[in-house]
Design a protein around this ligand. Structure first.
Ligand code: SF4
Length: 276
């Protein structure tokens, strides 16, 4: 296995290639392998956590923060997180409303940084970091400025926001799934519709997380999992032992992850020069 420090992807204790063994999870997460859903399902079944807080797409590209406490509820949250949900501001309410004390948070790298810093360096009485058991960050190249992207889709391609069924990143192409079929857009064409903050963001994998998860183009149907500490590593290994996931050595794919991280860093540096 691998032990990398201070690379473009932050600290890596171990890197794995994984996928769910549950056929239903695999079917709903065909592109990514469903390993994150399967691990969270294991953690819920074992009582390691009492809930998962994540984003769920509701209408077109809109989304909201939701709590999942069962396999069924977890499966209902699948989908790409292309719209920023007002996550951090609502998670505390969600945790308190649902009386949760040990949650896993599935989020984006910028959100992982917020939750990680609050958990590891609590400052305020209102912090709720002690209730966060695991932070799982998804690889991220950016999220759309909602209104401008919806406007672009409508004006240029006749697709209404409420009709967007899914958005999938495949290499340099973004697929917009809608009732009339699939619109394929070059990622360069739509960079201008990303949130401004995303254009200068340098974190691809979520260095503050316990586990980072994403896909690489060279291994579709599998999840790359980066375990950043022993607790996260044990969660992955135990989920494998209990048959929730199939796991292989992911170290041959660290180069693909670093390439994504380098591209994001280069984009940020270029945009920073334009802004200042
Ligand atoms: S690109 Fe950065 S700022 Fe934008 S959503 Fe992703 S992690 Fe957050």
């Amino acid at each position: 296995m691998i032990n990398v420090a201070d690379s473009f992807v932050g600290h890596v204790l171990n890197i794995y290639l994984a996928r769910a063994t549950d056929g239903e999870v695999l079917n709903t997460k065909v592109a990514s392998g469903g390993a994150v859903t399967a691990i969270l399902n294991y953690a819920l079944d074992e009582g390691l956590i009492d809930g998962v807080v994540t984003a769920k797409r509701t209408n077109g590209l809109e989304g909201k923060a939701v709590v999942a406490r069962s396999r069924k509820e977890l499966l209902a949250t699948v989908g790409n997180k292309w719209s920023i949900v007002p996550f951090a501001s609502r998670i505390k309410t969600k945790i308190e409303e649902n009386n949760l004390n040990q949650v896993a948070v599935v989020c984006l790298p910028c959100q992982a940084q917020f939750f990680g810093q609050m958990r590891d360096f609590p400052m305020l009485e209102t912090d709720f970091g002690e209730r966060i058991e695991y932070i799982i960050s998804l690889f991220c190249m950016g999220t759309f400025a909602f209104e401008t992207f919806i406007n672009y889709l409508h004006m240029n391609h006749g697709i209404k926001g409420r009709d967007v069924r899914d958005i999938v990143l495949r290499g340099d192409v973004i697929e917009v799934h809608h009732p009339g079929g699939v619109l394929r857009l070059s990622i360069r064409e739509i960079y201008r519709y990303l949130q401004v903050g995303c254009l200068v963001c340098t974190d691809y994998t979520g260095g503050w997380s316990d586990i980072s998860a994403g896909v690489v183009e060279t291994k579709p149907g599998w999840t790359i999992l980066i375990a950043r500490n022993k607790k996260a590593d044990e969660l992955i290994k135990n989920a494998k032992k209990r048959g929730y996931i199939e796991v292989r050595d992911g170290s041959p794919f660290i180069g693909d992850v670093i390439t994504g991280a380098r591209e994001k860093l280069a984009r940020s540096q270029k945009n920073m020069m334009c802004l200042f």
